[in-house]
Design a protein around this ligand. Structure first.
Ligand SMILES: NC(=O)c1ccc[n+]([C@@H]2O[C@H](COP(=O)([O-])OP(=O)(O)OC[C@H]3O[C@@H](n4cnc5c(N)ncnc54)[C@H](OP(=O)(O)O)[C@@H]3O)[C@@H](O)[C@H]2O)c1
Length: 209
């Protein structure tokens, strides 16, 4: 697939690099080709191309959003998605690792409001970027799970395909409002690792009888 990546910092690059190595075509979407993160990404993976954000969206089959949450509104409200899938990898994080929207609404529902002509799927937020660089856990007979949420069934099926390529099982948690709970799960993971010293290469698994 042709995948546009808005944001190629820690998390955006990890996902894009993993997917490029699985045969996907990555277009880095940034209006500033000279930005430090874009230049660093191009040095690390010479198969990436870079285009202006709207051009990249127009060319892509699917778009990954991996910018600081505070950038979302000004960025998204000027873009057109024409019904394309927008994978929201962003998390609203407030002071003291709290939910940045006071747990009143999920970040992904806001993303859907700002990108009203996109089909938003929440994914790739419940772990740190380390687990997108390498999602293999060879000591175990199960794959890590990627929990997703979204209102469009077909959009979620496409995200499942990408998850498979990245080495994840998928747990579809339901409609986009479930993102609020995924964002709290993120805070749990972040507090355990970044604050309390738990090893960052730990993941959740889905076991069902
Ligand atoms: N870090 C993690 O482990 C992790 C895990 C899961 C989810 N997340 C979420 O993912 C998002 C990104 O986190 P990060 O740690 O990867 O941040 P980061 O390393 O600071 O990277 C941010 C990226 O966003 C780009 N960006 C910002 N504004 C932009 C715009 N208007 N147009 C295009 N690109 C723009 C930056 O490009 P420039 O250099 O040009 O500014 C940079 O490539 C956050 O919402 C975070 O909560 C992070």
């Amino acid at each position: 697939m042709k995948i546009a990546c808005i944001g190629v910092g820690k998390v955006g690059f990890a996902i894009a690099d993993n997917l490029q190595k699985k045969g996907h075509q990555i277009i880095v979407a940034n209006d500033n080709v000279d930005s430090a993160s874009v230049q660093k990404a191009l040095l690390r993976n010479s198969y990436f191309s870079v285009k202006a954000v709207q051009v990249a969206i127009d060319e892509a089959d699917i778009i990954l959003l991996a910018v600081p949450f505070a950038q979302n509104e000004s960025l998204l409200t000027k873009l057109h998605f024409n019904g394309k899938i927008l994978v929201d990898c962003t998390n609203p994080v407030g002071a003291g690792l709290t939910h940045g929207l006071k747990s009143e609404i999920s970040g992904s529902e806001c993303v859907q409001r700002w990108a009203s002509d996109a089909r938003v799927v929440k994914a790739y937020t419940i772990y740190g970027f380390e687990n997108f660089v390498d999602s293999k856990f060879p000591k175990y007979n199960v794959k890590p799970v990627m929990m997703i949420a979204g209102n469009d069934k077909r959009a979620k099926e496409i995200v499942v395909e990408i998850n498979n390529d990245m080495g994840f099982d998928t747990l579809d948690t339901g409609t986009l409002d479930q993102s609020l709970h995924l964002e709290h799960l993120t805070l749990l993971w972040v507090k355990m690792t970044r604050r309390d010293g738990h090893h960052p290469n730990f993941v959740w698994a889905y076991l069902e009888k």
